[in-house]
Write a protein that binds this ligand. Structure first.
Ligand code: NAP
Ligand code: GLV
Length: 313
């Protein structure tokens, strides 16, 4: 069994080392430009088109992340990049759900307890008690109830906050009021105080965080975007902040990453920026999951986490 690896990460050698140990019977090699030799499986993060296009005999491509938007964008731009017979398999959780829950819970509590405003007051050396937000109307709406969104929604529900969730198909989660499908999108948004985005980026969800979406939320709502930058219409957020429709935002992902030094978001004190670090791909949890699935496919068994290319996630 031959396995190809490609990751632009600086720790590519460590990935190769760990996969070699996890798959002792496989022949692993790091893909280099010009390598067209046969392979049964590919393990990739943001691969160059030449690595996959026209390759025959590949049975599955393992994406070293939860989101497959980059690899599917390549396929949309250059149809035929993904070998037809190869399944595309994404990471499922591998420690990301826990990291997301920590990140989102921190951001929600920061806004609930007005720490963002106390930080400003401290910088001005002002001693002032702010009126607490009402716990019972501090409704958190989670867009996307997949592996990550479900864990985040459950974690927030434990705090006793009103939590809503939105997905394509109907989901049931204890302690969470769920909404499904476009017909229920406005009902989901109506009165939400903190909107958390954990949707995959697909043609259907592109630009979903826009002026119209913001206008349905509670006045002075908060936005937490931890999914993809292409979900957010950036000027609409700046306008909504200027109008007070949005009080503050925590953004982990951006249309252009790294966020350019002259981007207006850096100048906006109500926007908190982190560098796409809310949930990282953890090697120690990802290698065993991918290795287990490669061995299952090699035995002819099905695996979970297979991407529906048409649906886009
Ligand atoms: P997932 O398990 O595939 O869940 C996706 C969820 O979104 C599902 O509930 C799905 O609905 C829903 N959905 C998809 N399209 C929709 C639409 N048009 N309308 C309504 N709901 C829709 O994905 P995941 O593992 O939770 O990951 C979610 C995303 O997080 C990834 O795609 C990635 O972009 C992002 N992410 C970011 C980071 C970071 O560091 N910032 C790290 C990891 C992941 P159904 O349940 O009906 O299918
Ligand atoms: C990171 O953004 C991922 O999709 O895993």
């Amino acid at each position: 069994m031959k396995v190809l690896l490609y990751t632009p990460a600086s720790d590519a050698a460590s990935w190769l080392h760990d996969f070699t140990h996890a798959l002792p019977e496989a022949e692993l090699r790091e893909w280099q430009a010009g390598d067209t030799a046969p392979a049964d499986f590919a393990i990739v993060w943001r691969p160059p088109r030449e690595m996959l296009a026209g390759r025959k005999g590949l049975r599955a491509i393992f994406n070293l992340g939860a989101g497959v938007d980059a690899i599917l964008a390549l396929e949309r731009e250059y149809p035929g990049t993904l070998p037809r017979e190869a399944q595309l398999v994404r990471l499922e959780d591998t420690g990301m759900a826990r990291q997301m829950a920590e990140y989102v819970t921190h951001a929600v509590l920061r806004y609930l307890r007005r720490f963002d405003e106390y930080e400003t007051l401290q910088a001005e050396r002002r001693w002032k008690v702010l009126e607490p937000h009402s716990h019972s109307t501090f409704t958190v709406g989670v867009l996307g109830l997949g592996v990550l969104g479900t864990h985040v929604a459950r974690t927030l529900a434990v705090l006793g906050l009103p939590v809503r969730g939105y997905s394509r198909s109907a989901r049931q989660i204890e302690g969470v009021t769920t909404y499904a499908g476009e017909a229920n999108f406005e009902a989901f948004l109506s009165g939400v105080k903190v909107l958390v985005n954990l949707l995959p980026h697909t043609p259907d969800t592109h630009d979903v965080l826009n002026r119209r979406t913001f206008s349905k939320l509670a006045q002075g709502a908060y936005l937490i975007n931890v999914a993809r930058g292409a979900h957010l219409v950036e000027q609409d957020l700046l306008d909504a902040l200027a109008q007070g429709q949005i009080a503050a935002a925590t953004l982990d992902v951006f249309r252009k990453e790294p966020l350019p030094a002259d981007h207006p978001f850096w100048q906006e004190p109500r926007i908190t920026i982190t560098p796409h670090s809310s949930a990282e791909t953890l090697r120690e949890e990802s290698v065993p999951q991918v290795a287990r699935k490669i061995m299952a496919l090699a035995r002819g068994e099905p695996v979970s986490g297979v991407v529906d290319i048409e649906r886009g996630y």
